[in-house]
Design a protein around this ligand. Structure first.
Ligand SMILES: [Fe+2]
Length: 434
């Protein structure tokens, strides 16, 4: 550490705590007052509102009113003095009433004009009380191999039993570049307590790995029995997501490109909005796009559990997945596992080239496999799972693992030079007991 860096640290401290107006001798311990927990940033989460190569958004909350909130960012260096050249971005604050008569303050800052494929450090706070410095890496401009995590419904016993799913996933693939949550992140969308469990389970992972939340039916609720179902008031303040979807579906239907893959998120909860999402989806698929296309939403195209079927979604969107060569469709909702490949024409006719459909679950609520047996080549019940998906210019490699680390399902989708896709099943023998 240079003298300048050290001085900078001491001076920052002096400014931060106010009362310490004199620079302390270099060797003397500097007292640090306990931060007011109500002003301390909590629930810090990275998301994208825009191009992952050039921008990054971050959201956090405080329980006390913070008049002015900021985020600071610098290129990360091993030298701890990087903060001396940090840029400061103002945050937008939204006050949200939470049960118990209190108010939570959600803050959102956007980093723009970032350099692609670069490691940054950032922190959030009010100028005096700051979070720790977190790291993230921007996407490369060109296609390049990367992995991401996909999980199905967390929903219940989130602190107690879902936490092991997200943490095991991260330990399995700590270099993952983002995490897709395929809906029903919580059981009661308006429950601040359940969201507290969700953010607690992810902890600092959310501050370093961008999250891609998909809205599920449990993120919707009614104020009274006769009211229409509405998206949780917490969704938009706590996740800063793209607004490129159809009007009225901002931050629940959206898309972004990442190093050779286009990720398209749809909102399968709005029955009356399936057609206009289809039109938007088709426009996104018609545009020049990267080699791979992955679509995710909550309700399965083909159900796994009995007494479940989503014909409207199948009718509205499945023909487009086939027409435009969508590679992978990732869903949740059925609290089981099911994977069926190349289902070009309903459940019976398998052909090369169709999308691979996956239903998965990461939380502890479990249903039995019913109709999944008619279409899926791998099914599972009573098993908490996570998926690690590796995308390279040559292939998509998919692995589903139990939360105890056993390989549960695997396949590759490859593409030859002439663009022809091939499916390679790599599903393992299932362990006798999982
Ligand atoms: Fe659901």
């Amino acid at each position: 550490m240079t003298v300048r860096t050290l001085l900078h640290g001491v001076l920052s401290c002096a400014v931060a705590v106010g009362a310490w107006s004199l620079v302390a001798p270099a060797q003397a311990p500097v007292p640090v007052p306990a931060a007011d927990p109500g002003r301390r940033p909590a629930r810090v989460v990275l998301t994208w509102r825009d191009d992952p190569a050039r921008t990054q958004a971050v959201t956090w909350r405080t329980d006390a009113l913070v008049e002015e909130a900021f985020a600071e960012i610098a290129e990360a260096t091993a030298n701890p003095g990087f903060g001396a050249v940090a840029r400061r971005s103002p945050a937008r604050t939204t006050a949200v009433p939470v049960p118990g008569g209190t108010t939570a303050y959600y803050h959102e800052a956007r980093f723009t004009a970032l350099r692609p494929d670069t490691l940054y450090a950032y922190r959030v706070g009010d100028g005096a009380t700051w979070s720790e410095w977190f790291h993230f890496r921007t996407a490369a401009l060109e296609p390049a191999t990367f992995s991401f995590i996909y999980v199905g419904d967390a929903q219940n016993d989130i602190r107690s039993l879902w936490s092991r799913a997200i943490r095991s996933a991260f330990l399995e693939a700590p270099r993952s570049r983002f995490v897709i949550h395929a809906g029903d992140l919580v059981n009661t969308g308006e429950s601040d307590e359940q969201w507290g469990e969700w953010f607690g389970a992810g902890g600092w992972i959310n501050g370093m790995v961008p999250q891609v939340p998909v809205v599920g039916n449990h993120e919707y609720g009614r104020l009274t029995r006769t009211d229409p179902r509405q998206l949780s008031a917490l969704w938009r303040p706590q996740f800063a997501l793209p607004e490129d979807g159809p009007e009225g579906l901002a931050e629940t239907a959206y898309s972004f490109d990442f190093q050779g893959a286009r990720i398209i998120v749809l909102n399968s909860n709005e029955d009356t909005r399936l057609a206009d999402q289809a039109a938007w989806l088709e426009a996104r698929l018609k545009e020049p796009r990267p080699r791979w296309t992955i679509v995710t939403f909550h309700h399965p195209v083909f159900s796994v559990a009995n007494d479940r079927d989503n014909p409207k979604i199948r009718d509205a969107w499945k023909p487009l997945f086939e027409k435009y060569g969508v590679d992978l469709v990732l869903t949740g909702h059925d609290h089981t596992y099911g994977r069926g490949e190349n289902l070009i024409d309903g459940a019976s006719r398998r052909e090369e080239g169709g999308p691979v459909y996956v239903v998965s679950v990461s939380g502890p609520k479990m249903y039995e496999v019913g109709k999944g047996r008619t279409w899926a080549t791998r099914t599972g019940a009573n098993v908490q799972l996570f998926q690690v998906i590796t995308v390279s210019p040559q292939a998509i490699k998919f692995e589903a693992r139990t939360v105890t680390g056993q390989l549960f399902d695997a396949f590759d989708i490859t593409r030859s030079r002439n663009g022809r896709r091939r499916f390679v099943d790599r599903k393992p023998e299932l362990p006798v007991k999982y």
